[in-house]
Each structure stands twice: as C-alpha cells, then as structure tokens.
Write a protein that binds this ligand. Structure first.
Ligand SMILES: *Cc1c(COP(=O)(O)O)cnc(C)c1O
Length: 378
C-alpha cells in the first residue's frame, strides 16, 4: 500500500461539496480581493484563537513581516528567533531591515531555549519570535516572562500550530501577535496561499490592516509605505468551511501521534521528540530522529512511503544567512536535529492501516543490515 506524505485530495473528497458551494458564492459576488468573505473569516478565526482581532493576509510570511513592521521594528533593531525553523520566520525579520539574532533550541522538544533567549537580549532587541514548531507550543510561560521583564513584545510563529494550546490558551493569543500560515499543507490550509495575524492590540491590528493594503486607511490615502498583502475572498471562503473541521482533524492527528509513539517506542535507533506538560499539540508533523536517516528515508521511499525532512539545514548554515557570521557548531542542537530528523506521514485522513504500515516499516528498516540478516527482532 502506498502511503503519501500528504493527501490533500482526501480532504477534498470529504468536504468538496461544501467547498465548491462556498467558492461559488464568492464568484457570484466577485468579492475576490478582501471583502465580506475575508471579514467573516477574520471574525471566525479571531474567535477561534481567543483574540479581539484577526487580519487576513497573503501568506504566513507576510503575517510575520507585517506584525514586526506594525510593532515598529526596522533597521538597527534586533529580533531573536531560533536556528531551527522554516526560513520564513527569519526572512520576515530581514525584510524589516532588522538583524536576526539566532538562538538554539531545547533538545527534547526542538523549540526555543528560553535561557538562551535571556542571554541574547541586548538594548537593541525589539521582539522575540518563538516558533511552535511541528505543532508543539514553545515554552511560552518562560518566554513571555523573560519578554515581560525586558519589555520586549513576543510575536508567535504559529504557522504549524493552528489550534494548539499552551497553559489553556490557544497559540497566537499569548504574545503581542500570533502569525498563521494557510499554505495548503498546514493544519488549516487554503486552496492556495494565505495567512493571518491575530492580536488583541487594537493599534497593532489597525497597523497590520493598513500595511496589507498599501499603507492606506481609506482608498488612495497612503499614510505609510505598505504592500499588497490582502487575503483572497476565495481563500477566506474555503478557510471558513475548513475551520469548522479543524478541531476534529487535530484530534485525529493526536490519535495518530499517540499510536505512533506507542508503535515506535521500541524501534531500533529511533528517538522521538517529547511533549511539554500543560500543552495541547497540533501535531502538524510527526518527527522522529535517527542517525541513519538517509538509509531509512530511501528504504521507506522504496516501499512507497513518503517522508519529509523539516529541516535539513539550520538557518545559520543556509546560503541566505551565512552572512550573519555564525560558525558551524554555533547551535549544536539545531545542527544535530538537522542531521537526524525526518517526518512521517501524519494527517487526519491517514488511515490506521496506513499508519501501522509506516510504523512496521520503520521498525523493520531502521535495523542495521546485520541484525536483519541474523533475524533480530529489535
Ligand atoms: C509555513 C511556515 C511559515 C510561512 O508561511 P507561508 O504561508 O508559507 O508564507 C512560517 N513559519 C513556519 C514555521 C512555517 O512552517
């Protein structure tokens, strides 16, 4: 049986009729860029996250960029984030003209190390961006308390964590701003690109609203230099439909994650990441660690099992960010993770049978060749 890494068609098979009706409504009213469908989704998503405001934008990258701009961040400033993330987190910092200051992550959870944040703070630090990587909330209690002591706003990169909770609060609602991506493969995915900023700060919401629309507050009265970063009406209508399924889909991801954890507990040479207490994980990705990654990936691929690597190169070792001047060894945990992590298929429409095939295959294929030959079982 083939097990793809992601199966967006299965989602459409479940909700296609509703989606097509929603798209037809947008077409009937030509509300393609911004407009009432976007406003409706913004209200629904703000309610879902537990914030006063939501501003729909064109992507998660824009959500991060506009949040930082809205907080007044620019050249001469520093913004702290992790070396172990998707590059968009850091690109958004660069786009404001500020300098990205990277810190390492905690080995067990692959999320930001609060102690290192504390040490990286300078007079120029103007924001901290914890990333809720793979769907697991970062250690928000500690990050927020450090940020508050230093009067620095926290911008949450929640692009992989729609619906996750930390100490009973939805991610995105904990910092000054929460940034989401609706890229199709995310837990809440559009039928194209999309993103959103959620916040309970009226001034920040207003600024982000202006930034996504050429810096205008009313048509052709441009008060600041902005951008075209509006959300599409069609994407908003699709997201309104899919938002109603998000909790049940996340619950299904959680079930898969719990079963994978049991099924893989004895797998040879395979380590799992840990959960954090007082958190609800959105399980965007199910990440395992193995020193023999390339061999295991190739063997799984041969069996028709799709996997991913999130991410093979830590930020400071990318070509894009070599100029930051961090040397190899600067972030040992991120560098180790980059060598060892791989992501197994996890999505709501993955069947139990498919998941068991993946677990069984990881068990069989992670064993060293000699052990297989000798008939070892572990
Ligand atoms: C997907 C993602 C982004 C960027 O979102 P886009 O919608 O693709 O621009 C930012 N940060 C993280 C952690 C992501 O996974």
């Amino acid at each position: 049986m083939h097990v793809p890494f992601l199966d967006l068609k299965a989602v459409h098979d479940q909700i296609g009729e509703e989606i097509e009706r929603a798209i037809a409504e947008v077409v009937a009213t030509s509300a393609f860029a911004g407009g009432p469908f976007v406003e409706r989704f913004e209200q629904e998503f703000a309610d879902y996250c537990g914030t006063r405001f939501c501003v729909g934008v064109g992507s998660g990258t824009e959500a991060l960029w506009f949040s930082l701009l809205g907080l007044g961040i620019g050249p001469g400033d520093e913004v702290i984030t992790v070396a172990n993330t998707f590059i968009a987190t850091v690109e958004a910092i660069s786009m404001t003209g500020a300098r990205p200051v990277l810190v390492d992550v905690v080995e067990d959870t692959a999320t930001i190390n609060p102690e290192l944040v504390e040490r990286a703070i300078t007079d120029r630090t103007k924001a901290i961006i914890p990333v809720h990587l793979y769907g697991l909330p970062a250690d928000m209690d500690r990050v927020v308390s450090i940020a508050n002591e230093n009067r620095i706003p926290v911008v949450e990169d929640a692009a992989q964590a729609h619906g996750a909770e930390s100490s009973g609060r939805r991610v995105g609602s904990i910092g000054a701003a929460g940034c989401f991506s609706f890229y199709p493969g995310k837990n809440l995915g559009a039928y194209g690109e999309g993103g959103a900023v959620v916040t309970s700060d009226a001034t920040l919401a207003e600024r982000v609203r202006a930034l996504r629309d050429h810096g205008q507050r009313s048509k052709y009265y441009h008060e600041v230099v902005g951008w075209n970063g509006r959300m599409d009406g069609i994407q908003a209508a699709v997201l309104s439909v899919k938002l109603r399924y998000l909790d049940s889909w996340n619950a299904r991801r959680r079930t898969h994650a719990e079963r994978y954890t049991k099924e893989l507990s004895e797998a040879w040479n395979v380590r799992l990441l840990q959960l954090r207490p007082n958190c609800s994980h959105a399980h965007h990705l199910f990440v395992i660690r193995t020193p023999a990654r390339e061999r295991l990936l190739a063997a799984l691929k041969e069996r028709g099992i799709g996997c991913g690597i999130h991410y093979p190169v830590p930020i400071h070792q990318t070509g894009a960010y070599s100029a930051l001047g961090y040397e190899a060894g600067a972030f040992p945990v991120s560098e180790r993770l980059a060598r060892e992590v791989m992501s197994l298929p996890i999505y709501p429409h993955l069947s139990d049978e498919q998941r068991r095939i993946v677990s069984k295959s990881v068990h069989e294929l992670s064993q060293p060749a000699e052990a297989v030959g000798a008939g070892a079982t572990r």
